[in-house]
Ligand binder design. Structure first.
Ligand code: SF4
Length: 345
């Protein structure tokens, strides 16, 4: 029987991005860091996928691998495919990839301070990106840049200022304007609000959501923050030690999560209904990526670990909807019914 994804493909709905079995390592003289280990990600056209996990789980490496911006060496994409609009990005030449970056796939980085050019006015930076991909005059590009500034809520007259004259939230809005200036089909946002204070975070997320809806842009939202995921995503992939351990719709993950690590992420959030309740952080640390365990990478932090967990990697098990999946020995008998889930949690 076909699962939901296979059925969607058969029905002609090709995903915007389809990453399969991606393996990325960083090699040094002393060790090999296994940063991304057989990752599968799929972003349905026009949808937003949240990639959530702790710092060091391999999230940014995946974003950079899709953009082909990893510094090789020390990085090396060892296996897997990255298909965008039916085209394998790994087979493109650097020149062809330059045409994809910015115009078809854009990325917003965590820290706008290090992403903007300090000696160029912000409108010129947006215009430069437009001219790189579109056959327009400097004046036309500047006109478009000003439209983008106003779209992200920055007064047009401030376009002739430099990045040091802007607050953190405004700089990130400029980054969003640059990323969306050429109407990319896929936006990769890597912790875009982490460097901002809470009120500005909400404004920036709102702006990303509004512009995505307007242009129908697909998105990969990389974050450690479940609040950000709840705000902007349709689907969620949970990553641990460079591997996706659970995937489902926003509702699946927020209302019926299966993997003990996902449960741990939710348990470590503050409980707004019980302000005296203590936080329950996940004990321990992620395994050393230069020496990952043979079995489940979460075994020494997992309250449900059994003997087999240390020895053998769990296989993927799908829920009866054919879409929500988990990789954990607690569910290894194959198909999971939603009633089983409650016994485990
Ligand atoms: Fe825990 Fe075992 Fe499941 Fe890993 S496979 S998450 S150790 S129960």
């Amino acid at each position: 029987m076909m699962n939901q994804k296979e059925a969607a493909h058969a029905g002609g709905q090709a995903p915007a991005l389809d990453v399969k079995d991606l393996v990325v390592e960083y090699r040094t003289h002393h060790a090999t860091v296994q940063a991304v280990n057989h990752v599968d990600l799929e972003i349905p056209s026009g949808k937003a996928l949240g990639l959530v996990g702790e710092t060091g789980a391999g999230k940014t490496t995946i974003g950079l691998a899709i953009m082909r911006l990893l510094q090789e060496p020390p990085a090396a994409v060892r296996e897997g495919s990255i298909v965008f609009r039916g085209e394998e990005l790994r087979s493109l030449s650097e020149k062809e990839m330059q045409q994809v970056r910015g115009s078809q796939i854009s990325m917003i980085f965590q820290d706008p301070m290090t992403s903007l050019n300090p000696v160029m006015t912000v409108e010129k930076q947006i215009a430069e990106s437009i001219r790189h991909h579109e056959d327009v005059t400097q004046e036309e590009a500047l006109q478009k840049a000003r439209e983008m500034l106003s779209m992200v809520g920055i007064p047009v007259e401030r376009g002739s200022e430099y990045q040091h004259q802007f607050s953190g939230g405004m700089k990130q809005r400029v980054m969003i304007a640059i990323a969306l200036a050429c109407r990319p089909e896929l936006l990769i946002a890597d912790e875009p609000t982490t460097a901002l204070d809470v009120t500005i975070q909400a404004q920036v997320l709102e702006k990303i959501k509004e512009l995505r809806n307007r242009y129908g842009t697909s998105m990969l939202m990389i974050t450690h923050d479940l609040g950000v995921i709840a705000e902007v995503c349709d689907e969620v992939s949970v990553i641990y030690a460079g591997h996706i351990v659970e995937h489902g719709t926003l509702e699946d993950i927020f209302e019926n999560c299966l993997h003990p690590y996902t449960q741990g992420l939710f348990d470590s959030l503050p409980n707004l209904e019980d302000r005296k309740a203590k936080l329950k952080p996940i004990s321990g640390l992620m395994p050393d990526p230069t020496c990952l365990p043979e079995g489940c990478a979460f075994w020494d932090r997992c309250p449900y670990a059994r003997g087999i967990c240390k020895m053998k990697k769990p296989a993927r098990a799908y829920c009866d909807d054919g879409h929500h999946y988990v990789e954990c020995h607690l569910y290894e008998d194959g198909k999971i019914t939603k009633s089983e889930v409650k016994d485990v949690g």
